[in-house]
Design a protein around this ligand. Structure first.
Ligand SMILES: C[S@@+](CC[C@H](N)C(=O)[O-])C[C@H]1O[C@@H](n2cnc3c(N)ncnc32)[C@H](O)[C@@H]1O
Length: 404
């Protein structure tokens, strides 16, 4: 696509956070040409900035990828259910969950099903937001194709869905617990829950993978601000946080990891409170029970350097959001790769870290190396990270992102 459209690409990228790949630029370029109506590029950009909100939204939406399914990444969802949602449900209070970048609603339906399965309070709510109004228009129906339903456990299908015109319709009881709202993650303010509170769980999966490094970093911070104290942020396994953050820490459950909002600065022991008055204002959201992190598996005597590499890589994933300087994360990844050169997942993470440091050429090299191992069937499988199929997709997306 011609360089003359660069100001349009730059505006769209800034407004939706996306690091536009070649294909996305092509799509935006075609649409921009049809929307320009004889205006020069400079005039068109000026128009978009001054009064072209709808056209800009259309341009941003054309760059978006809405690929989604119910029960996408079952291993992560299993851990979310067992270690986060179940303990929260046991508090007996209504839970507030946000699916940020919910596309056509499959993730919202999945979260509603999980909340039902753990016996969450019936007044619990799931908010679904997305940039794209056309995706949200579909999401609101909570009605899905058989293809999107293929991973939903049969017992949940039987209990919560009915068939209509060849599509599967979520029960009105569960659908009533969902709300949808248009929201651009690049813009503030961020939404609150239906109850006017922050959220127990924020799920933002497969969205940041399309973002520029700066937009992703800022978004993670803003999402963390919408978490209840010690609430849980769920990113996809392809979007690990590799630079230390003051606001979040990694919580690891076997092969999956979430991010928990760090405790606010510990206050001195409070004076005993007077007994509550009946007219006391409604309390701020109650802190959910903090999921108990599982300790990393104890180091055992390795028999091969590859196994040592696996163990080190697994540890590095724990360090990254635990405040460890990213030079140490990088050193850890490089050592893991020295021990186990076919650890494509560690190469992918090294690429992410280098990309986050602005070293695009070096990041590209690592993504290419990881992809070449995967394409040649030589990648070492890592049970605690993405499977090879999903890692391949993540590497391709990363390459598209950095090869602008
Ligand atoms: C690949 S889908 C992910 C859907 C779902 N979270 C999942 O993992 O299955 C990415 C979604 O992010 C949305 N998106 C992209 N940029 C966004 C932004 N700046 N604000 C809000 N949503 C955005 C897209 O419209 C798209 O629906």
């Amino acid at each position: 696509m011609g360089v003359e459209l660069e100001p349009v690409f730059s505006l769209v990228s800034r407004r939706c956070g996306s690091a536009l790949s070649k294909q996305q630029r092509e799509r935006i370029g075609h649409l921009a040409d049809s929307l320009r109506r004889g205006r020069s590029v400079a005039e068109f950009v000026e128009h978009l900035e001054a009064h072209g909100q709808l056209e800009l939204l259309e341009l941003m939406a054309t760059a978006s990828v809405h690929k989604t399914d119910l029960f996408r990444d079952e291993a992560q969802l299993e851990a979310l259910e067992e270690h986060v949602l179940e303990p929260l449900a046991r508090t007996g209070r209504p839970l507030q969950v946000w699916s940020a970048g919910c596309a056509t609603g499959e993730e919202v339906a999945t979260l509603l099903l999980l909340l039902a399965r753990v016996g969450a309070h019936p007044a619990s709510r799931v908010l679904g937001t997305d940039l794209s109004t056309s995706a949200l228009a579909k999401a609101k129906h909570l009605t899905f194709s058989n293809e999107a339903m293929r991973r939903v456990p049969a017992a949940l299908v039987a209990k919560h869905f009915s068939q209509h015109d060849g599509r599967m319709v979520l029960s009105p009881r569960l659908a009533a617990q969902a709300r949808f709202q248009q929201h651009n993650l690049v813009e503030t303010p961020y939404p609150f829950s239906d109850a006017g509170t922050v959220f127990d769980v924020v799920v933002c999966r497969n969205v940041l993978i399309y973002f520029t490094v700066d937009a992703a970093e800022r978004t993670v911070g803003l999402l963390a601000e919408r978490l209840a104290p010690q609430g849980t942020l769920v990113l996809s396994a392809a979007e690990p946080i590799l630079k230390p953050r003051a606001d979040l820490e990694t919580v690891r459950f076997g092969g999956t990891f979430f991010y928990a909002r760090r405790d606010r600065v510990r206050e001195p022991e409070p004076e005993p409170l007077p007994p509550p008055r009946p007219s006391a204002p409604v309390a701020a959201p109650v802190a959910p029970t903090r999921p108990t992190p599982q300790p990393s598996p104890p180091a055992r005597a390795s028999t091969t350097p590859e196994e040592e590499g696996d163990q080190l890589f697994s540890l590095v994933l724990d360090w990254s959001a635990a405040g460890q300087p990213d030079v140490e994360t990088e050193a850890g990844l490089r050592k893991a790769l020295y021990l186990s050169p076919q650890l494509a997942a560690a190469r992918y993470c090294l690429g992410l870290l280098l990309e986050q440091r602005g070293l695009r050429a070096d990041a590209t090299t690592e993504y290419r190396r990881a992809l070449s191992l995967l394409d040649q069937g030589q990648a070492r499988a890592t049970p605690f990270f993405l499977n090879t199929g999903r890692l391949t997709t993540a590497c391709r997306l990363a390459l598209a992102r950095v090869s602008r």
